[in-house]
Design a protein around this ligand. Sequence first.
Ligand code: UDP
Ligand code: MG
Length: 335
Amino acid sequence: MAETISRAVPVPSPDRRTEEAATGSLISYVLPVYDEQDGLRRFHRELLAATATRPDLEYEFVYVNDGSRDGSLQVLRELAEADPRVRVLDFARNFGHQIAITAGLDHAEGDAVVVMDTDLQDPPAVSIEMIDAWRGGAEIVSARRRTRRDTRFKRLTAHSYYRLLHNLAEVDIPVDTGDFRLLDRRAAEELRGFRERSRFIRGMVASMGFQQTEVLFDRDERAAGETKYPLRKMVRLAADGVTGFSTAPLKLITRIGFLSLGLAALGILYAVALRLFFPQITVSGWTMIMVVMLFLGGVQMLSLGVIGSYIGRIYDEVRQRPLYIVRKVIRHDGG
Ligand code: UDP
Ligand code: MG
């Protein structure tokens, strides 16, 4: 289905990971779950079927129950009871997709870590291609969507957003790539060091460097249930991507500032000239004053808004609240 393409500069010597050396390696799956009770069993079945095609590797499955309100936790308990390789982190409430992934990464112990959604939109078979690319020497393997089957609105907004972000961001964030990704142990360790609160993980990964490769895939529809990313959450994530990895809004203010200053200077000259040379009609300058004042007022309000959004981020960071609270770690032995 998907083909492997190499994006970055020439593949370096696959130092330690030859086929044999990787045998016996532990692969961790980080699997965020929010209200997925209807599709979860099928997802796990398909994931097991996929991993069974590489029996020379060890696996652990780290599910993160992100405060599901449905029966997802019960399903996860059953999966953990049936298989010692399954671990479940049960969040005390819904902390959001990006935080759920972060918690899973913190608890994953593998030589490579695969992050994927649990609604079967990220096909388990593609993760096997990622593992093969990792064995070939790649340190980070991202899955890039060749096609996606979402609503027209989602496709359109996602398409434009990824391209806008790609142009604005100071790091090279690949287009049409979500959080479906494999990270080598080293890369995963580095990613754990990013503790910022407004999290845009694909940006952090892009900013880390390492040997990065892509696999292309066709994104399926959700197996069951509906999207947990309503417009509100999508907009927040999109804003985190821009403010977290670009200062374009700040630069824009500076530009507008200079422009308004220039216009103001012209306006002042005009008003003064009018007063000096045509004193009999200066009353009409009232219009001018109103225009300038309104214009400056608008610019100032806009500037305050953007500065405010950065102050908001500082506020978030300064509070240093825990990123998440794990109520319990569920293991095979029920402990
Ligand atoms: N998810 C989560 N917490 C949330 C929202 C989503 O853990 O607050 C999980 C969800 O269970 C799924 C993945 O993140 O495994 C992606 O969410 P979803 O499929 O709803 O997003 P979409 O694919 O529509 O962008
Ligand atoms: Mg989905």
